[in-house]
Design a binder for this molecule. Structure first.
Ligand SMILES: Cc1ncc(C[n+]2csc(CCOP(=O)(O)OP(=O)(O)O)c2C)c(N)n1
Ligand SMILES: [Mg+2]
Length: 243
């Protein structure tokens, strides 16, 4: 599945340590980057290449409620519609861009999907904290775009629990907001409740998976701590492409 999809990412888990700088071209992940709003143009380029290739590939770009306001994102949406590029614009509305609430930054309409709609795209809206809603919605979008309908967009309403940076006191949040969303909008809690009640998995199954994942993280931390310190020569590693 991953090999069929090209994607770009505005940022993963930025609240915990910063991961705006990862890429893995082998799995079709063209790179998150430190420039908010740069993902959408990259994905449209990949989508146009995919269209020329004619192998049915689709590009997906993930932008936040902050990135959706960048001119680059608007231009990319326009370009995708004009060229009928097989591109999916995923807008992750987690209600905050650094310390700015989307109530301020997205304007009075408070709806990111309708902007994509205004460019002429079919749009979807779904609960980004519901695993099954996200899965089902993405399947519909992929079917739609793969059928040659041009680009499409989706706004997932979601949350972030952590601040923008390690130690961010999150004073910009409302009274009790964090406790409330941790209780009612935690995608992992919701997933657990839904699969356990449907008897697809047991609490014990999920606890085992959690323990395995924690072990993997622990092993990665131990390996990273034991790794040799970078040298002065490493400063230029992976900075320039060698042709
Ligand atoms: C062009 C540009 N402007 C500003 C920044 C600083 N910056 C880094 S993350 C961020 C907020 C992005 O918010 P959002 O798109 O909502 O993503 P989230 O952090 O919620 O995932 C900003 C302004 C940047 N990296 N690039
Ligand atoms: Mg955000």
């Amino acid at each position: 599945m991953m090999k069929e999809i090209w994607g770009s990412r505005e940022g993963l888990c930025k609240g915990k340590g910063g991961s705006m700088h990862i890429a893995d071209v082998d799995v079709g992940m063209l790179g998150a980057n430190g420039i908010v709003g740069a993902g959408a143009p990259i994905a449209v380029g990949a989508a146009l290449a995919a269209k020329l290739d004619g192998k049915g590939k689709v590009a997906i770009t993930f932008s936040g409620d902050g990135a959706c306001n960048q001119g680059t994102t608007f231009e990319a949406m326009n370009m995708a519609v004009v060229t009928k590029a097989p591109c999916i614009f995923v807008f992750e509305n987690n209600h905050y861009s650094e310390h700015t609430g989307f109530e301020y930054a997205v304007g009075t309409q408070l709806d990111i999907a309708s902007r994509a709609e205004a460019f002429g795209m079919k749009v979807w809206r779904a609960d980004g904290t519901d695993f099954f809603a996200v899965h089902e919605t993405m399947r519909e979008l992929l079917d739609y775009v793969r059928a040659g309908n041009g680009p499409a967009a989706v706004e997932f309403d979601t949350e972030r629990f952590f601040g923008h940076f390690e130690g961010d006191p999150q004073r910009y949040r409302g009274e009790g907001e964090l406790d409330r969303i941790r209780e009612t909008r935690d995608c992992l809690k919701k997933f657990r409740a839904s699969v356990v009640s449907a008897k697809v998995l047991t609490d014990a199954d999920l606890d085992t998976i959690d323990a395995e994942v924690l072990d993997q993280i622990e092993a990665a931390v131990v390996a990273a701590r034991a790794a040799p310190r970078p040298t002065a020569e490493d400063v230029l590693a992976d900075v320039y492409v060698a042709y």
